[in-house]
Write a protein that binds this ligand. Structure first.
Ligand code: HEC
Length: 155
């Protein structure tokens, strides 16, 4: 009847079944890849740096140490990421608050990639907002800050 030999017809239906199995499996696995369960190496790195380094002064939950340096509910987390990057990169000078002398914060002893990771993590954690900070962003924000300081001091 049809011009296609039986062998070829059988063979082509195997191909059809094979291709649709792969397509269905792909759809199922793709569907499982929910955004919140996708691995996020940058956030994991930021979290590790936070607990290795920042937590000693700001507490594991950002709730401070001995009543000092609480990081929660600070306006800075809603400000442009450059403000956070500048604090981490250059530190904070000691200041007087409510009669108590606050210690200062040292500049971060990590490279731009690690700074980007911990800034991304803390802005998400404390500012409840998703940003993706790259090492290039950190480099530019630092250079911008240096230029502003030069302009202010060398005028
Ligand atoms: C040696 C102690 C110390 C370490 C380590 C440290 N900080 Fe700080 N940090 C301070 C002090 C002191 C201040 C200034 C007082 C304050 O704002 O509570 C400060 C201020 C800040 C501020 C500014 C808050 C604002 O409202 O302007 C941010 C943001 C911050 N720290 C984040 C971090 C992060 C993230 C890390 C880790 C990468 C870190 N700090 C590591 C002591 C530290």
């Amino acid at each position: 009847m049809s011009g296609i030999p039986a062998r070829t017809r059988r063979w082509s239906s195997f191909v059809v079944i094979g291709v649709s199995t792969i397509a269905i499996a792909g759809a199922i696995m793709g569907g499982k890849q929910h955004p919140s369960t996708r691995p996020e190496p940058q956030l994991d790195r930021g979290k590790a740096i936070y607990s290795d380094y920042c937590a000693r002064c700001h507490g594991g939950d950002g709730n401070g140490v001995a009543g000092r340096n609480d990081l929660r509910n600070r306006p800075i987390w809603k400000q442009p990421a450059d403000d956070v990057i500048t604090v981490l990169a250059f530190g904070v000078a000691g200041s007087e608050a409510a009669g108590a002398i606050r210690a200062s914060m040292p500049p971060i002893p990590y490279d731009d990639g690690d700074l980007a990771a911990v800034a991304t993590y803390t802005i998400q954690q404390f500012g409840d907002r998703t940003v993706r900070i790259t090492p290039e962003h950190v480099r530019n924000a630092k250079e911008h800050h240096r230029a502003k300081v030069r302009e202010r001091l060398l005028r």
